[in-house]
Design a protein around this ligand. Sequence first.
Ligand SMILES: Nc1nc2c(c(=O)[nH]1)N[C@H]1C(S)=C(S)[C@@H](COP(=O)(O)O)O[C@H]1N2
Ligand SMILES: [Mo]
Length: 533
Amino acid sequence: MACVRMNRSTVERGALAATSGLLAGCAALAVGELVASLVRPRAGPVTVVGGAVIDRTPAWLKDYAIRTFGESDKWVLQLGILVVIGVLAALSGLFALRYRRTGAAAVLAFGAVGAVAALTRPDSAGVGDVLPSAIGAVAGSIVLHVLVGHLTVASAAPGQGEGEPIGAPGGRNRRGFLIGAGVTAVAATGAGVLGRTRTGRADRGALASRAAVRLPAPASPAADIPPRAVLRIPGISAFTTPAKDFYRVDTALVVPTVDAATWRLRIHGTGVTRPRTYTFQELLERPLIERDITLTCVSNEVGGPYVGSARWLGVRLADLLEEVGVKPPSRGGRADQLVARSVDGMTLGSPVEDVMDGRDALLALGMNGEPLPFDHGFPVRMVVPGLYGYVSACKWIQDIELTTFDSYDPYWVARDWARRAPIKTQARIDTPKPFARAAAGTVTVAGVAWAQHRGIQRVEVRVDDGPWQEAELAEQVTTDTWRQWSFPWKTTPGGHNLTVRATDGTGQVQTEQRARTIPDGASGRHSVFVTVG
Ligand SMILES: Nc1nc2c(c(=O)[nH]1)N[C@H]1C(S)=C(S)[C@@H](COP(=O)(O)O)O[C@H]1N2
Ligand SMILES: [Mo]
């Protein structure tokens, strides 16, 4: 009987200790967020630890995460970090039951991890960035020390170690614990809400600056999209992807909210004879070009969703580069790599030759007739037709440095992706969907094909092991955009495999050689299995 009672009280005390740990963790995070809202919102503990985890994630795991969780990968990561912090916090609580000071010290140690993560973020603003994690950890360790104190003998008899557990929880200690826990919960909630509100208010300047943008008419408008370039087939990708449906791939756990009024773009480096800084207004007042360009992510699997087409408005990048004195290597320039840097410390490297070879490489200010959405790089991003996003499409850009491929590896290249990555020719079946059931008769198979800057010349479809049959192509808008296609399939009953392949503007047929996305983009042919009848 006594034994049973003792076990129950042990379990109960353990649960209360774990709860103390969790409350300490909540207090640490909430205070951290509050301090971050005062110092720098992006230096919050979860944001810096998440960023550090993303940067250290091996390429295969990053690819797996994108494949499995898609654009929810960031929520999954944040949830994962919170779960890990929760488990560590609960364990610290249990530990503190026996070794009270050491438990509290463990919380400080986790804070130190956060502080180091904060300092090593590429967008770190200096030592101030350690404050959210450090002050949060101090708050958490005090909470843990106090709460666990109520679960242990306050002043142990001589000879007894500090933190000797008391018998059954109850009486004054229990009341003290409950009051302490309640106060912590309320204070942590208050700090968290206050921190978030303050951060929200700071974002308002950026929101207002975006609302104030009036995009001028382009000096060089995009050609009208010919009616025959757009197929009206249920299930096919829209020729122009609405911004809200446009894929998003980046490492930003928190989307940067940049105020266009204070934003600057600096261009400097090797071979830049007149380094310069541009304001948003200065770019807006230049002659702007408007172009339809299809963007693709190197992490896009064959048949995958990370491709989209938009109408971009912006400054021709080559004009700015010429203005500051840059020459492409083919005209004697010393820099062969252009490194774009974003406000969140991302670096992307493009060949100088490509961005100056006459293609419509842009510093985009507008997307589909609106200022860039924050998700897609407000106020300014790069877009280079023909290159995968990770070697060209820098969002929230703030710095362009001319350098060489030999002397600098940007973010993804340092993580095993290829230095140079032109987009591979791909065709995708949008409809029917994989494993669809189709009615007998003629079924319209349709989709999109892309080979940016080379164009699409032909698309063919094959049913099972049959011959390749010509698909009907929508009119090509430019070689930089994808091209819709359709194929009237005269079905026969049963299960069938539909496969598609494209031929680019140079006559090169899309390879059937399968390649993973790493290091320079997936290849192979998209096929879907459909059951008829
Ligand atoms: N600052 C920043 N820019 C970035 C990235 C990033 O992680 N950070 N990702 C790049 C990648 S890999 C791609 S594919 C494109 C995607 O642009 P989107 O999100 O507007 O579709 O942005 C590029 N620009
Ligand atoms: Mo990408």
